[in-house]
Design a protein around this ligand. Structure first.
Ligand code: C2E
Ligand code: CA
Ligand code: CA
Length: 483
């Protein structure tokens, strides 16, 4: 009896174990399926994030990651590689005349046929639009060039058929050697862009190397050099902040200086020649290459950071002026960047003034107004720089709410000997008073000029007579801000 009971109990138990095992197997399988599905989704997402939808080639993100990693290795190892930027000529013509389905088909056929010329170690990507890039590893420097020639030769035979129409293709190819002087993806792209630009100016279709483009065009040679130099300087922290004190002119006549003011000026450290490059040399190229917002962000960040660390120095100042390019303030996010910086560093925005020069770039008055409005709400001040030399200065004064006018130094410097310049300074000073604006005169190089300015009612002067620009740091400021 006992034995029978025990057997039935055992059977029951075995049955339950089997049931449970079956359940677990199912759960396990479901779990595996789920994991596989997630893995698949993850792979799919990764794939989508790094590939181009139309051609299935790598996309710009993947190219940037690849080039950045390669450049880092090039810094440490002996690696020879070339970057090819391929720009299809007349792609827009086909896209616009046959429609974007034809355009997409052309891009697919084009990329498939180029892919056939590459080896497994080459990295092929579409940058968007009609631009492609290849990174090729080479034992000798000419492989990049040879590959570019091969691609062009191949394209001569390639034709694109759409309905009853046939199109021949041509391309411009820029080759840029990836060497140790290239430190970032941006630098490589800037160089390649410049080379393509030169190529397109010269002729349609063809191969241009970085060195050749530099030789052909002086202007662009300059740009190519500046492109790498400026990007390199941003990466390697070669920019420096200088400052020049702005003097309270009545102080010269015995009236106590209320507080101190200064203007921040940028410099670029040229390590090979052990000298500082002045902004007169690099601001223009930086504006042309659209790098100026990065430079302006750098100087704003540097200055705010310094005063956040030494708030007692800022207490002794009533205004710190920073120059901004009209190109920077056109950028929609630029005001937000400055806004956020004041919050991050927790500094009083009403002690800061932004000097903007009247240039062609201010043409978009609306965006300048928007920029000024956003920061004015924080308490920032604005100065119209180099007043008098630009013919639209007066118009801007009416259209934009500047607090201060800075008279261009070319009128100030010799106002004591040139009656026309004296008259100019006098009229600007009178106009400023009637408009209720403050005036600063720059290039005050002598005591005579300082006295004349004071007599004309100009309260602030800046120039070599008072202070020569020097590096902006705690020690230098401490020395200048003595009561
Ligand atoms: P600016 O804003 O008109 O600055 C005054 C320039 O005159 C400075 O040249 C200064 O060193 C120089 N200067 C000062 N006192 C005298 C003087 O008594 N006589 C003479 N002949 N010159 C004097 P710097 O530093 O070379 O700057 C040149 C220009 O570059 C600036 O002109 C400004 O437009 C631009 N700049 C400078 N720093 C920055 C910056 O951080 N961002 C932007 N966007 N532009 C900047
Ligand atoms: Ca200025
Ligand atoms: Ca000036």
């Amino acid at each position: 009896m006992m034995l029978a009971e025990l057997k039935s109990f055992n059977r029951e138990l075995e049955g339950k174990v089997r049931e449970r095992t079956a359940e677990l197997t199912i759960a396990n399988r479901q779990l595996r399926e789920e994991i596989n599905e997630r893995r698949y989704m993850q792979d799919r997402l990764n794939y989508l994030a790094t590939h181009d939808f139309v051609t299935r080639l790598h996309n710009r993100n993947a190219l940037e990651a690849y080039v950045s990693e390669l450049l880092a290795r090039i810094q440490m190892q002996e690696i020879n590689a070339s970057f090819l930027l391929i720009d299809i000529d007349r792609f827009r013509l086909i896209n616009e005349s046959c429609g974007c389905i034809a355009g997409d088909e052309l891009l697919r056929q084009f990329s498939d046929s180029i892919a056939g010329l590459l080896t497994r170690s080459d990295f092929f990507a579409r940058l968007g639009g009609d631009r492609f890039a290849v990174v090729t590893h080479c034992n000798n420097g000419d492989k990049g060039l040879a590959l570019a020639q091969n691609i062009l030769k191949h394209l001569e035979q390639f034709s694109f058929q759409w309905e009853d129409r046939q199109f021949k293709l041509a391309a411009s190819i820029a080759t840029v050697p990836l060497t140790r002087i290239m430190v970032s993806y941006d630098q490589v792209m800037l160089a390649a862009d410049e080379v393509i630009f030169v190529a397109k100016c010269e002729a349609r279709g063809g191969i241009f190397s970085y060195e050749e483009a530099a030789k052909r065009s002086n202007l662009h040679k300059e740009n190519i050099n500046w492109a790498s130099r400026l990007v390199d300087a941003l990466h390697n922290q070669l920019f420096r902040a200088y400052f020049q004190m702005i003097e309270f002119l009545p102080a010269g006549a015995g009236i106590a200086q209320p507080q101190y003011r200064l203007e921040v000026l940028m410099r670029l450290w040229d390590a090979p020649h052990q000298r500082m490059i002045s902004p007169g040399e690099f601001i223009g190229p930086a504006e042309r290459l659209h790098l100026i917002p990065e430079l302006d962000k750098w100087i704003v960040g540097y200055t705010l950071n310094l005063f956040a660390q030494h708030p007692q120095l800022l207490e002794r100042l009533d205004m710190v002026s920073i120059n901004l390019s009209a190109i920077s303030i056109r950028e929609p996010q630029f005001a937000q960047f400055i806004f956020n910086s004041f919050t991050t560093y927790n500094l009083p925005a009403n002690k800061f003034c932004f000097e903007i020069t009247e240039t062609q770039a201010i043409v978009n008055v609306d965006s300048a107004r928007q920029f000024m409005q956003t920061l004015r709400e924080l308490g920032c001040h604005f100065a119209l720089d180099d007043f008098g030399s630009g013919f639209a200065s007066y118009a801007y004064l009416h259209q934009l709410a500047f607090d201060t006018i800075k008279i261009d130094g070319i009128f100030v410097r010799d106002m004591d000997t040139d009656p026309a310049h004296y008259a100019m300074v006098k009229s600007i000073a009178e106009m400023a008073v009637s408009l209720g604006k403050e005036v600063i005169a720059e290039f005050v190089e002598t005591a005579e000029v300082a006295t004349q300015l004071h007599q004309l009612g100009v309260c602030w002067g800046q120039g070599y007579h008072h202070h020569r620009p020097e590096e902006l740091n705690y020690q230098a400021l401490e020395k200048c801000l003595l009561y």
